[in-house]
Design a binder for this molecule. Structure first.
Ligand code: BGC
Length: 457
């Protein structure tokens, strides 16, 4: 076998493993939607306790995302990936064997920490180990793997719905986690991290394994050069005036991705369908499975469009779709007890909402976050934006059921619809088109003080 094809093969294996991390993220965040229907009955939970069970995972993820930048710099990418896989295994089993709600909440916190670290480390490791030409695609593939993980979790929920065996629903996450753990044992450390630590010879050895022989020296020198220029990890740069627009764009997009309500559907869809009048747990979980599949299909549809149409048109178009769907759902919920057809309109609105999210805020937000930070602060900047994403995910999930209790579903969805309008205005006024623009050009525009919308021109 030629050196070139074996290094290609290696990149495929690494990508598959990183995708597994995305899949785990999706599985562990999605599986609770069906399981909660039975956990609620078994443990006689109040609304607040249900929110706690759902949100503990997100609190863990927030903490995980905050510490992820620091620990990956300290211990290296490979060890952290291994540790994360280990926590996934432990957390899945811990939640599956919880005998009361307190254990369940602790287990979800532990799993959440793995999710927060995983959402940072998987794309970072990939970006550092993959050849430059495949980096962009891999970021979006991560999102695709996540949506597939959600579908898997819904399938498992559906399978166990008749018996209501929620420990199986939660516990089966252990399977991909063990595969990730075993696979990660064989992964090499990122050469970039090794060079950062002065382990030049080790880095050269890894590069020889994963690149064609002719590319090794050039890449080694390039990494060394960027590290000299970068002075990596200097977080004081974040307070520089010229960086501010980037922080506003990335944190803003992260927050808007969450407060427009996506995870009220991803985590609570069966509960929402139950409120819409579908009585059987099985049929509500089946409808949810449909939602998950639409999410995957429209994420696939979005991938080629991101580079053809550009990021802005997708965002603006998708947000209009989300807004209309939420208004339709809001009206349908208002009439849900007067007209039986309103039940079906709720389902239709949910599906068009998910489709609109999947072609816009779903993949595009993560892509822009990975593109717009200057190299110097990409790690720390991304970790802040990811933490904001989990933080607001937590806020929305923790308040959703309480809002529904207070305002009713109709007004709650109306609120998310209003937030879609604000998001649309934010994107229209501030978010740049980064399609076809080199990262160096974006950085030069930033330093020249160009308006944030024009950073990609
Ligand atoms: C979001 C998640 C969401 C998922 C749904 C991601 O882009 O960050 O919060 O659950 O999309 O597909």
């Amino acid at each position: 076998m030629s050196k070139n094809s074996s290094s290609n093969k290696f990149v495929y294996v690494v990508s598959a493993l990183a995708a597994l991390a995305g899949l785990l993220l999706g599985y562990d965040t999605g599986v609770i939607s069906g399981a909660i229907l039975f956990i609620r009955e078994d443990f006689h939970l109040s609304v607040f306790q249900v929110e706690l069970v759902i949100s503990a995972l997100l609190l863990g993820a927030l903490i995980g995302a905050i510490i992820s930048g620091r620990i990956t710099d300290q211990f290296g990418r490979r060890k952290v990936l291994l540790g994360t896989a280990g926590i996934f295994v432990f957390g899945s089993l811990f939640t599956a064997f919880s005998s009361n709600v307190s254990y369940l909440i602790i287990g979800r916190l532990i799993l959440g920490a793995a999710i927060g670290i995983g959402s940072y480390i998987a794309p970072l490791y990939l970006a550092e180990i993959a050849p430059q030409r495949t980096r962009g695609v891999l970021v979006s593939l991560n999102q695709l793997a996540l949506t597939i993980g959600i579908v898997f979790s819904y399938l498992i929920d559906y399978y166990f719905a008749t018996t209501g065996r929620w420990p199986w629903m939660l516990g089966l996450g252990v399977v991909p986690a063990v595969i990730l753990l075993c696979g990660a044992l064989f992964l090499p450390e990122s050469p970039r991290w090794m060079i950062l630590r002065g382990l030049d010879q080790d880095a050269l050895d890894v590069l020889k394994k994963i690149r064609a022989a002719s590319d090794v020296e050039q890449e080694f020198n390039e990494i060394k050069q960027t590290i000299v220029n970068e002075k990596p990890g200097d977080w004081r740069l974040l307070f520089g005036r010229w960086i501010r627009p980037i922080l506003i764009i990335s944190i803003g997009l992260s927050i808007f991705q969450q407060i427009t309500g996506i995870n009220t559907i991803i985590y609570y869809a069966p509960s929402i369908f139950k409120l819409a009048g579908f009585k059987e747990a099985g049929s509500t979980i089946l409808a949810t499975l449909g939602v998950g599949i639409v999410n995957v299909l429209f994420t696939i549809a979005a991938l080629p469009l991101i580079d053809r149409w550009g990021r802005r048109p997708l965002l603006l178009f998708g947000l209009v779709g989300m807004f209309i769907s939420l208004v339709v759902m809001s009206v349908a919920f208002h009439y849900v007890f007067s007209f039986p057809i309103a039940h079906w309109i709720v389902i239709a609105g949910t599906i068009t909402y998910i489709a609109s999210f999947a072609i816009s805020l779903g993949p595009v937000v993560w892509l822009i976050i990975s593109e717009i930070f200057p190299l110097q602060i990409r790690g720390i900047g991304a970790s802040i934006a990811i933490a904001a994403n989990w933080g607001f995910n937590l806020l929305v999930s923790l308040t959703f059921l309480t809002l529904v209790d207070l305002l009713g579903l109709s007004l709650t969805f109306c609120l998310y619809a209003v937030l879609c309008i604000i998001t649309w205005i934010f994107v229209y006024l501030i978010v740049p088109e980064t399609k076809g623009c080199s990262l160096e050009q974006i950085e030069a525009n930033l330093r020249a003080g160009k308006a944030s919308r024009k950073l990609g021109v």
